[in-house]
Write a protein that binds this ligand. Structure first.
Ligand SMILES: Cc1cc2nc3c(=O)[nH]c(=O)nc-3n(C[C@H](O)[C@H](O)[C@H](O)COP(=O)(O)OP(=O)(O)OC[C@H]3O[C@@H](n4cnc5c(N)ncnc54)[C@H](O)[C@@H]3O)c2cc1C
Length: 325
């Protein structure tokens, strides 16, 4: 759906495809599982041997086999969101920028610039703040936001040097994909992201967005998370925290593309903060979409990656759910 939308609105898309590579035999089962799941979901996929991988992406390295996703592509998120906003406005929708919603309940919303507004149905898609908004409605009380910061570094390589996204096999116990190499729509290469725990939601640099109350609340969730039976959290911390150091982070990518050098990746990208939901009773990080609601409100609580790529399909699913009630 997003590909069609981009074509319709002349949003540039780069047809990169993606390879998922492995570094040892221990990762083969996880690679096979990705292949099985992808096929089950109707995704076009192919298993490659080393010579076939070398032909598709000469810079990538694997151990025996690699997965090839020919339909993976990339677009610039800002351009896509601007195109979506233009479409909403063309169809008579109104978008209120810089207008924080400070309170809401079934049938009403209060925002900083719009004041009190009545609403037939409230859809909460507030990303990092989705849990807070849902709690105003008494929905999703068992969930809390557990933000993780993602840092990227851009390479100085000439555009087109790397042609395909190159990803590792993710650890199925965690909802993170691991450090990978992404080709941007203009052919540049970036390495990342990290998944570094952060104590406040809008931690986009230095102390920006710091909120002591929020930090205290998130810190209080840590004992539950650290002792979670669902994740090896100490191991996660040991692997993620050192990635704050650029050279360490960039070196992780050498397992995928050996020619990556820390000195070539020195331009910091805009950080992102992952709106990751923690299920408090079990200490589990939710790995899938979580949508809750009733006949007056719907709450998109866990819209983690790839919720940008799948945004139109998810929106359709959410809206169908409202009309089905
Ligand atoms: C490092 C990183 C890399 C990622 N890579 C990918 C990728 O390659 N592919 C992919 O598909 N996805 C990726 N994602 C995930 C993707 O960014 C998210 O899934 C997606 O942005 C979720 O969309 P959303 O609309 O639910 O939330 P958001 O994009 O966070 O939007 C929520 C909006 O609500 C606003 N808001 C919040 N609270 C209020 C309030 N009280 N009042 C008014 N407005 C409010 C916010 O300002 C924001 O504009 C990545 C995420 C991260 C962090």
């Amino acid at each position: 759906m997003l590909r069609d939308f981009c074509a319709e609105r002349s949003v540039p898309v780069r047809e990169t495809g993606k390879v998922v590579v492995v570094s040892d035999d221990a990762q083969m089962d996880a690679l096979d599982e990705l292949f099985r799941r992808g096929r089950e979901n109707g995704v076009e996929l192919e298993m490659l041997d080393e010579p076939a991988l070398a032909e598709l992406e000469p810079l990538a390295r694997t151990h025996g086999r690699a997965l090839w996703s020919p339909t993976t592509a990339v677009a610039d998120p800002v351009t896509v969101v601007e195109a979506l906003a233009a479409r909403v406005r063309e169809r008579g929708g109104r978008i209120a920028m810089s207008s924080e919603v400070t309170a809401a309940g079934p049938g009403w919303v209060v925002s900083r610039t719009g004041g009190f507004m009545s609403a037939g149905h409230v859809i909460n898609a507030a990303g990092l703040h989705a849990d807070t908004v849902a709690h105003w409605f008494g929905v999703g009380e068992e969930y809390r936001m557990m933000p993780f910061k993602g840092l990227y570094w851009y390479g100085s390589w000439a555009p087109g040097t790397l042609q395909r996204h190159v990803y590792p096999v993710p650890d199925p116990r965690n909802p993170f994909l691991g450090v990978h190499l992404t080709v941007t729509v203009d052919g540049r290469v970036k390495v990342g992201p990290t998944a570094i725990p952060t104590l406040w939601r809008e931690n986009y640099g230095g102390l920006s967005g710091f909120d002591a109350g929020q930090a205290w609340q998130i810190a209080r969730q840590y004992p539950r998370f650290l002792t979670s039976a669902h994740h090896d959290v100490p191991a996660l911390m040991r692997s993620e925290l050192p990635k704050y150091y650029r050279a360490h982070l960039v070196r992780q990518a050498q397992a995928l593309v050996p020619s990556v050098r820390p000195d070539d990746f020195t331009t910091k990208g805009r950080p992102g903060v992952r709106a990751q939901l923690l299920h408090l009773p079990t200490g589990r990080l939710e790995m899938d979409f979580v949508v809750r609601g009733d006949d007056r409100s719907t709450h998109v609580l866990n819209a983690v990656s790839p919720a940008w790529t799948t945004a139109l399909a998810v929106a359709q699913h959410v809206v169908d759910g409202i009309f089905a009630r």
